[in-house]
Ligand binder design. Structure first.
Ligand SMILES: Nc1nc2c(ncn2[C@@H]2O[C@H](COP(=O)(O)OP(=O)(O)OP(=O)(O)O)[C@@H](O)[C@H]2O)c(=O)[nH]1
Ligand SMILES: [Mg+2]
Length: 399
């Protein structure tokens, strides 16, 4: 039996099973089994070299955004609108067959936008080019899920489910669970809050399913079984996602109003060029890019070419900023002067751990060149010994 059939079978069993206190443990175990099989499904088949054929697109710019959606929802039209790169758009499905990159210049930063083939239900199991599409979206900083406003709203759930099946978690934060495998000592289970979904026995059973018998588990929030499985698997990717409802020109105003009020959603129309500027602003905001301008000593700041940092790509501290300019700069920095939102007064003297914010101006003050042993005016440039007893003895005077 193949892995997919086994997953289907377990899912059917879960659907058959009544949910109550007595079956809770059994259901938890089944969930862990499915998660294990899904992970197996993602591994490249044994004996093959590498992960097989994919869309190879070089990373470019300060952030990467992937367009994901069913066929013919207007992904290619959106890419053409926003970037000026032409991507074939037509009224039939599966117009786009590979990954087409485009660049958006926005707020002095460059954002790479990727147009991808449409995905269909079952993409996580390898239908269509689903796997490659999902792999590319995993490598991006933000997912734009493009949906057709005139079609059923179930599409959003179907796509989210497909992405969840391969370990992508949209608009969620990692569960507050500490988990560490050990060599010996059995399983220690602790929690800092009252738990309503998990208890010690269930946790033991799930760990047993993974053949883990020595581990430390500390749960810091009212977590569910799925959260625990996510932490044990450890390969989940937490991503931001904006739901983009396209083609609002063909639906009524009531629907548009309802869709736009949903969380993380934005309504647009590519054909009528409606709300595209809002989409760009939203996209930029979600990526959390931090522009830092440099200021040479005694000169005006350079407002043309910012250093762009982000928490997802390396962090936003002064140290990250210095590393961005040059690796060897950090050890020469004495302190930095910061102007902007992150500074309490202008300019603020900051150390390497200071966290910068968008549109800050930074001036680096370097340490002076290495001085000799002595200090200040006692600095000695002669080769004379430091202690009097080390003096070279002169020959005694001849009398
Ligand atoms: N009414 C309306 N039609 C649109 C809009 N945007 C795109 N379309 C149409 O939708 C159709 C599909 O657009 P594409 O951009 O090819 O869609 P796609 O998502 O790239 O499709 P695949 O590449 O097949 O996955 C085209 O006929 C477009 O003209 C819109 O805002 N309103
Ligand atoms: Mg397309």
């Amino acid at each position: 039996m193949g892995i997919i059939e086994r997953i289907k079978e377990i899912e059917a069993e879960m659907a058959r099973t009544q949910k109550n206190k007595a079956t809770e443990y059994h259901l938890g175990q089944l969930k862990a089994k499915i998660a294990k099989l899904r992970t197996q499904l993602l591994e490249p088949p044994k004996g093959s070299s590498g992960a097989g054929e994919g869309f190879e697109v070089t990373k470019f710019g300060h952030g990467r955004v992937a367009l994901i959606g069913f066929p013919s929802v207007g992904k290619s039209t959106l890419l053409t609108m926003l970037t000026g790169t032409h991507s074939e758009a037509a009224s039939y499905e599966f117009t786009t067959l590979t990954c087409i990159p485009g660049i958006i210049n926005y707020n002095d930063t460059k954002i790479q936008l990727l147009d991808l083939p449409g995905i269909i239900e079952g993409a996580s199991e390898g239908k269509g080019r689903g796997r490659q599409v999902i792999a590319v979206s995993k490598s991006s900083d933000l997912v734009l899920m493009v949906l057709d406003a005139s079609k059923s709203e179930g599409h959003r759930q179907i796509l989210t489910k497909e992405l969840e099946a391969v370990g992508l978690r949209l608009n969620k934060r990692p569960p507050q669970i500490y988990f560490k495998k050990k060599k010996t000592g059995g399983i220690s289970f602790n929690s800092t809050v009252p738990l309503t979904h998990i208890d010690e026995k269930l946790c033991y059973q799930i760990l047993h399913e993974y053949k883990i018998h020595n581990a430390e588990v500390l749960i810091r929030e009212d977590a569910t079984v799925d959260d625990l499985i996510d932490v044990i698997e450890g390969n989940r990717k937490y991503m931001k996602c904006v739901y983009v409802y396209n083609k609002i020109d063909v639906v009524g105003i009531d629907d548009v109003d309802r869709l736009s009020r949903q969380p993380n959603s934005i309504v647009i129309s590519c054909n009528m060029k409606l709300n595209l500027d809002r989409l760009l602003a939203r996209m930029w905001e979600e990526m959390g890019l931090v522009r830092v301008y440099t200021k040479p000593q005694g000169q005006q700041p350079d407002f043309t070419d910012p250093v762009v940092l982000s928490t997802d790509r390396g962090g936003c501290t002064v140290e990250d900023f210095c590393n961005h300019i040059h690796r060897s700069l950090v050890k020469d920095v004495k302190y930095v002067l910061v102007w902007g939102v992150s500074a309490r007064h202008y300019p603020q003297h900051c150390g390497l751990s200071h966290v910068l914010q968008d549109e800050d101006v930074v001036q680096i003050v370097k340490k002076k060149d290495k001085e000799g042993e002595g200090r200040g005016r006692f600095k000695s440039h002669s080769n004379a010994p430091a202690r009097i007893c080390d003096r070279e003895k002169k020959a005694p005077l001849k009398t």
